[in-house]
Design a protein around this ligand. Structure first.
Ligand code: C2E
Ligand code: MG
Ligand code: MG
Length: 754
């Protein structure tokens, strides 16, 4: 078969001369191989770059460069080896066919490169590419051979020709697989692998060429004269081609190196950027944690202080006004104690929502911890702050469903105004806190603005607190006064209530209302109660020695003291030390003190009562103790609060309440003491209702022990003689009152109902 003047798969002609004097310059073959190795290495490098570049222009550029490197490598092998051919014939080149062979090499290389840009290249695609490249190499070779203008026919032996084709395809396949395998990686080992692959690929192309050359037999006509191999410029040409190929490969490799460096720099830069982004994210999260309250999502004290300072500076510059509001949820502790902390947390979230909905968007709402919230708002007048506070209090009263219960919470609010009440955030917060303290002190569910009087009072209280601590420690200034309690049946003094007093060096004799609150707020109350207990027991022992052996002593006990497990043993110790019979002691506890942890309170009260100490509930009617509660408590006496007794002579409603309390107390087997009896009319009414004891100024004010003997002597005169009893009409509706109160209703609720 003849193709482009080449005799392929054809037998040798019967006539003609075979050119036997044919050899290749080994130096040039070596040069061709070396050049091809560099070219192949550059091709692998380009394939790697192509793989790592962004799709688009950059990738196309690396593909083109790669195709140039590969084409120049395989074409250089062919052409330099052709130049290395030395035979006894004259050799010229057909320029257009030579150019065509170069073009074929380029096309095949381009196709191969396109297959190497995809990571997910399938084996079938690689096989196709290997076929294209292999056939391309073979085609380039034979077109290149056809470009040889020699006075001889080229006859190609079929077997070797086919072998050259197979070698070309196998070489291409191996090269493509290697390029695919080496498309990413770094380090010396990767470089060595790439060098090895380049040597192999170049060897494969060289083999193809040499096999193709071995398949060729040059036949000149029988009459043509053989020529001696001539010295021509083939060495020069070979060197030029090698130089150009090397130049292309070297510049491609340096471009690839520069790009690799650039890309690794870019990669580093991207990583730095990523790290910076992560750092920024972490900083924001930290800031969020540092400045926000995780439970309610409101800002916390720290966040609030930051904004506060900004707003203060802003308002100071604009001569504007600001209000700082402190909010404290009334009796929140009870929720935690009774329903648990999870319910308490839930409630705080709802409350935070209520506060937010009552405020404006520009207002700053913060949770300072626990049940304490703080609001910062811009103002034009004091009234605006009042309205906002009222709005919050109103919103707060909306019923909240929690843990299967429906409850209504209230809040106490303290307000300070910038610039009237202070110029710094610390000052304004302190003053709002003082105003809040005032609100809580005046019955809660209240709002108060700061005024300078509060500050004076707070300073005074602070001073009193220090002095009280010292007075307790040094047992100096504190004393106990006693108020007699008369048995209305016998008319005789049967008990004494011990009431603490403080002989203050500057302020004179202070009543408990001046310092009990301070003692309660600062953890001094227990020491105070126990001190009073010991002092009163010692005074009772003294009274007993002076002929008053039947008297009983009643001592007040605060909620905090009642919370101590050791209380029973402390009482026992005090009684033992003074040799007093426990039946001479009565402990007065208020309704509020009983409302805490009922289970442990009951246990403690039982232990105290088991010793023989009587228990009474003080100020009955001022709290919210339900009668069911009362029934469960181990009590002996109920003391009706003075507020019910005060208007008994004039107020029908109070009369009915007192009657009902006495009836119910008796039904619960409790004795009744009426506090604050000041008039004979009150006494007579109580006697008529069957009240058991009475206590009040009518009999005596609380007096020191020294004056008590005289009072007791005076009161020894039977009651009837002091003030004869007068009849008081009984209200008809006694039953009705009892019914109105109901078993669960508290006395104070009943009072409201009336
Ligand atoms: P309380 O236990 O209800 O004591 C009765 C209070 O009513 C006493 O006030 C007493 O002076 C006053 N009082 C008695 N009769 C009359 C009256 O006819 N008219 C009027 N207007 N008042 C009368 P005081 O001594 O000021 O005590 C006030 C409260 O301080 C006591 O109320 C008690 O709760 C508390 N307290 C007193 N001493 C102690 C103590 O040692 N420990 C504790 N924890 N609290 C105490
Ligand atoms: Mg009392
Ligand atoms: Mg009382």
């Amino acid at each position: 078969m003849e193709w482009l003047g080449l005799q392929l798969f054809a037998d040798l002609p019967t006539s003609g001369q075979i050119v036997l004097d044919r050899h290749h310059d080994p130096l040039l073959i070596l040069l061709a191989y070396a050049v091809a190795c560099v070219g192949c290495f550059a091709t692998f490098d380009m394939a790697e770059r192509q793989r790592h570049s962004e799709p688009g222009a950059a990738q196309r550029q690396w593909r083109l460069l790669g195709a140039c490197c590969l084409a120049s490598a395989i074409w250089a092998i062919h052409f330099v080896n052709t130049l290395a051919l030395q035979a006894s014939v004259e050799i010229h080149y057909d320029v257009s066919l030579t150019a065509l062979s170069l073009l074929i090499a380029l096309l095949a290389a381009w196709l191969a490169m396109t297959r190497l840009d995809n990571t997910a290249t399938r084996p079938r695609q690689i096989l196709q590419a290997a076929l294209f490249l292999g056939l391309g190499i073979v085609l380039m070779h034979y077109v290149g051979m056809a470009a040889l203008q020699i006075g001889a026919h080229q006859h190609y032996q079929g077997g070797l020709l086919l072998a050259s084709v197979i070698i070309a395809i196998v070489t291409s396949l191996l090269s493509l697989l290697l390029a695919h395998y080496l498309r990413s990686g770094t380090g010396i080992l990767h470089l060595v692998k790439k060098c090895g692959a380049s040597l192999l690929m170049a060897a494969g192309v060289l083999c193809t060429h040499l096999t193709g050359m071995s398949a060729m037999t040059l036949v000149i006509p029988a009459d043509a004269a053989l020529q001696l191999p001539t010295e021509d410029n083939s060495l020069q040409l070979s060197l030029t081609i090698a130089f150009i190929t090397l130049l292309i490969s070297a510049s491609s490799i340096s471009a690839a190196l520069a790009d690799k460096k650039l890309q690794s720099k870019e990669h580093d830069l991207r990583r730095v950027n990523l790290l910076l982004g992560q750092l920024d994210q972490a900083r924001i999260s930290l800031q969020q944690a540092a400045h926000y309250d995780a439970l309610t999502n409101l800002i916390n004290r720290r966040g609030f202080n930051l904004i506060f300072d900004e707003r203060l500076a802003e308002q100071a510059a604009n001569q504007g006004m600001l209000a700082v509001m402190f909010l404290d949820i009334d009796h929140f502790k009870r929720i935690n104690d009774s329903l648990g902390h999870a319910a308490g947390d839930e409630l705080l979230k709802v409350i935070a929502g209520h506060i937010m909905s009552a405020t404006r968007n520009e207002d700053v709402v913060a949770r300072f911890g626990g049940d304490e919230f703080c609001i910062l708002t811009r103002l034009n007048s004091h009234d605006e702050a009042r309205h906002l506070a009222q709005r919050i209090m109103q919103r707060m009263k909306e019923p909240i469903d929690l843990a299967g219960r429906r409850m209504v919470m209230t809040t106490s609010i303290g307000i300070s105004i910038f610039p009237d009440d202070g110029c710094t955030s610390e000052e304004l917060l302190k003053h709002a806190d003082l105003a809040l303290y005032q609100s809580k002190g005046t019955g809660r569910n209240n709002l108060n603005f700061f005024d300078s009087g509060l500050k004076i009072r707070a300073t005074l209280e602070l001073q009193l607190e220090e002095e009280l601590r010292a007075a307790l420690l040094e047992e100096r200034g504190l004393c106990v006064h006693y108020q007699p309690i008369v048995d209305l049946r016998t008319g005789k003094v049967s008990k004494l209530e011990a009431l603490v007093r403080w002989q203050h060096p500057q302020h004179g004799l202070l009543g408990p209302d001046r310092f009990i609150g301070i003692a309660q707020a600062n953890g001094l109350i227990t020491d105070l109660d126990l001190w009073v207990l010991r002092r009163a027991c010692s005074d009772l022992a003294q009274l007993s020695r002076h002929g008053q052996a039947d008297l009983r002593l009643t001592v007040n006990c605060s909620a905090q003291t009642l919370g101590r497990e050791e209380l029973a043993s402390e009482i026992e110790m005090a009684l033992l030390q003074l040799g007093l019979d426990p039946h001479h002691l009565e402990l007065e506890v208020t309704e509020h003190a009983l409302m805490g942890d009922i289970h442990s309170t009951i246990d403690l009260l039982r232990a105290i009562r088991a010793m023989g100490v009587a228990l009474s509930i003080d100020d009955f009617g001022t709290g919210y103790s339900s009668l069911a509660y009362l029934k469960r408590l181990p009590l002996d006496i109920l003391k009706i609060d003075r507020s019910f007794i005060k208007d008994v002579p004039t107020c029908q409603e109070d009369r009915e309440i007192v009657q009902a309390i006495i009836v119910m107390a008796h039904a619960l087997h409790l004795k009744v003491v009426s506090e604050g009896v000041e008039t004979a009319a009150q006494r007579e009414f109580l006697t008529a209702q069957g009240c058991d004891y009475m206590q009040g100024y009518l009999l005596s004010h609380p007096v020191p022990l020294t004056d008590l003997y005289r009072i007791l002597e005076r009161l020894d005169t039977p009651l009837r003689e002091l003030n004869p009893c007068c009849d008081i009409a009984l209200p008809e509706s006694l039953d009705l009152v009892a019914e109105n109160l109901g078993f669960h209703a508290s006395a104070s609720i009943a009072r409201q109902a009336h």
